[in-house]
Design a protein around this ligand. Structure first.
Ligand code: PHE
Length: 431
C-alpha cells in the first residue's frame, strides 16, 4: 500500500518522496491515493531540489473564461475547459450528485441550520485559493505545472477551501456550511486521477464562550465519524476508524480520517481546527469565534461506495453507465456492473529529458491528444547516463476506449502526434 498521505500540504510527504519510488508505487492502482486533496502524489523530487516549473500551454487561448480575461499565464487545455459547467453534482441521478445529497442529508440531522452551497463558479482568485489560506508564495501547489491559471491572478480552484473565508465573513448569519464544487489540478494519469474532480468543504464556527479548542476538536471528530458511519454503513469504533495527525497550512491542529472498508484502510478526509490567521482574514476575532473545517474528495468515495472502477466513467455519457444509477442509489446500495472492457493498446515513449522537464506537461499533452481514451501513463524506467548525466525516462501509455475496441492504426496516428509534440514543445530527445 502506498504509505504517504495523499495530502499535498503535508511536510512529511514533501520530504519523503524520491521520484522513481513514487512513480513505481503510483503505477499500481491504489484508490486510497487519489483524492481529493492531494497533489503530494505529483510533488516528487521538485520540492527537494526545485526545478523550473513549466505548465505549458497546449491549446488556443480564448479571450476569457467564465468572465475572467485570459493573459500569458493561461494554461487550460481544451479538454479541461470543456468540463466547466458540466455540474455533475447538481444531477440527482449521477453518482456524484447522489453522494453530495447524502452528505447533506447527514448534516441536516446533525444540525438543521447548516447552509449548503454548490453553485460557486470554479474560477477564483489566487488570494482566495492560496493567500487567504496561508499557502506560502513558493508552495508547489501554486505552480503552473500543477494548477490551471486563467490569468496571473485567477485560477481554476484547486480545492473548495477557496470558499472558506467568503462564507466565514458572513458569521453569525452563516454559522456553519457545506460548500461543494468541481476542482482542477494538473496531475498524473491513471484510473483514479483526472484533471477535474469534486470536493465538499465543511465549516462550523462557535463562540469561544461556548466551546474551547479541545471541545472544537472533539466536535469535529464526532461529527466526521458520524458522517463516515452514515456513508459507509459502519459503526463508529476503533476497528473501523482511525485518526492520524496531518498538516494543512489553514488548520492547526490538522487530522486525517481513515476508515476500514472492504478490507483496506481508506483515507477519507482532511480536517482541523481553523487557524487563527484564517479567522482573522475572514474578519473574525479568534478571541470570540473559532471553529473547524474539513474537505472531502467525492470521486474516491463514490468509487468505493458504488464500485466504480475508473474515474473517467463519471464523465461518461454512455447510458450503460448513467442508466445504472437513480436518485435512490445510495439507499439502494447500487453497485456498478462493469460493461465489458475493450482491449488496451500500449505505446511506449522512451526519451532523454531536458533538465527542466516536468512529467505533468507530458501527461497533459497526452491527454490533450487522447482525451478519455488514455487510461493511464506509467513511468516504467528511469536512469541517469553515467557519462552524459542525461536522464532517460520510459513512459508506457495505455490507450483504451470505454465503449469500443481501438485499432492499432488509429492509436498509432495519435501516438505519432504525441511524439512530434513532445519533441517540439517539451524539447525531449526520443531514444
Ligand atoms: N483543502 C484541503 C485539500 O484539498 C482539505 C482540507 C479542507 C483540509 C479543510 C483541512 C480543512 O487538500
Amino acid at each position: 500500500m502506498f504509505a504517504a498521505s495523499f495530502n499535498r500540504f503535508a511536510r512529511r510527504s514533501v520530504m519523503q518522496r524520491p521520484g522513481v519510488t513514487r512513480v513505481k508505487a503510483a503505477a499500481k492502482l491504489d484508490t486510497a491515493r487519489f483524492t481529493g486533496f492531494s497533489r503530494a502524489a505529483s510533488a516528487g523530487p521538485r520540492n527537494i531540489a526545485p526545478v523550473q516549473r513549466h505548465g505549458k500551454v497546449f491549446t488556443d487561448k480564448p479571450e476569457s473564461i467564465l468572465g475572467s480575461p485570459t493573459d500569458e499565464k493561461y494554461n487550460v487545455p481544451t479538454g479541461v475547459r470543456e468540463k466547466l459547467g458540466k455540474d455533475l453534482l447538481l444531477k440527482p441521478s449521477h453518482p456524484l450528485g447522489i453522494l453530495w445529497k447524502s452528505v447533506q442529508e447527514y448534516f441536516v440531522t446533525v444540525d438543521p441550520d447548516y447552509n449548503f452551497f454548490d453553485t460557486n463558479a470554479p474560477v477564483v482568485g489566487t488570494t482566495q485559493c492560496f493567500d487567504d489560506l496561508r499557502v506560502p508564495p513558493e508552495h508547489p501547489s501554486r505552480s503552473p505545472s500543477d494548477t490551471y491559471y486563467v490569468n496571473k491572478d485567477m485560477v481554476l480552484r484547486t480545492h473548495t477551501s477557496a470558499h472558506q473565508c467568503q462564507y466565514m465573513r458572513q458569521y453569525p448569519k452563516i454559522p456553519s456550511f457545506l460548500c461543494a464544487g468541481d476542482v482542477y489540478r494538473r496531475d498524473e494519469i491513471d484510473a483514479s486521477h483526472y484533471p477535474v474532480f469534486h470536493q465538499c468543504e465543511g465549516v462550523r464556527l462557535f463562540p469561544t464562550s461556548e466551546k474551547n479548542t479541545k471541545e472544537i476538536e472533539e466536535d469535529l471528530k464526532r461529527t466526521l465519524e458520524g458522517l463516515a458511519a452514515h456513508l459507509f454503513g459502519i459503526e463508529v469504533g476503533e476497528n473501523t476508524m482511525r485518526w492520524n495527525e496531518d498538516y494543512f497550512p489553514f488548520t492547526e491542529p490538522s487530522f486525517e480520517l481513515e476508515i476500514f472498508y472492504n478490507g483496506d484502510w481508506l483515507e477519507v478526509l482532511g480536517c482541523g481546527v481553523i487557524h487563527h490567521e484564517v479567522l482573522q482574514t475572514a474578519d473574525l476575532d479568534p478571541q470570540k469565534v473559532h471553529g473547524w473545517a474539513f474537505g472531502l474528495g467525492l470521486e474516491r468515495l463514490a468509487m468505493v461506495l458504488f464500485g466504480i472502477p475508473d474515474i473517467r466513467l463519471f464523465w461518461s455519457e454512455d447510458p450503460r453507465f448513467s442508466e445504472q444509477f437513480t436518485a435512490d442509489s445510495f439507499a439502494n446500495k447500487t453497485v456498478f456492473q462493469p460493461f465489458s472492457k475493450y482491449p488496451p493498446v500500449m505505446k511506449d515513449i522512451s526519451m532523454w529529458i531536458p533538465e527542466d522537464f516536468v512529467d505533468n506537461d507530458l501527461f497533459e499533452m497526452i491527454r490533450d491528444e487522447g482525451g478519455d481514451q488514455v487510461e493511464k501513463v506509467d513511468l516504467v524506467d528511469e536512469f541517469v547516463h553515467p557519462k552524459t548525466k542525461k536522464t532517460s525516462k520510459l513512459f508506457r501509455v495505455t490507450w483504451r476506449d470505454m465503449s469500443r475496441t481501438l485499432t492499432n492504426e488509429e492509436v498509432n496516428a495519435k501516438h505519432e502526434t504525441v511524439l512530434e509534440r513532445v519533441v517540439k514543445e517539451l524539447a525531449v530527445e526520443l531514444r
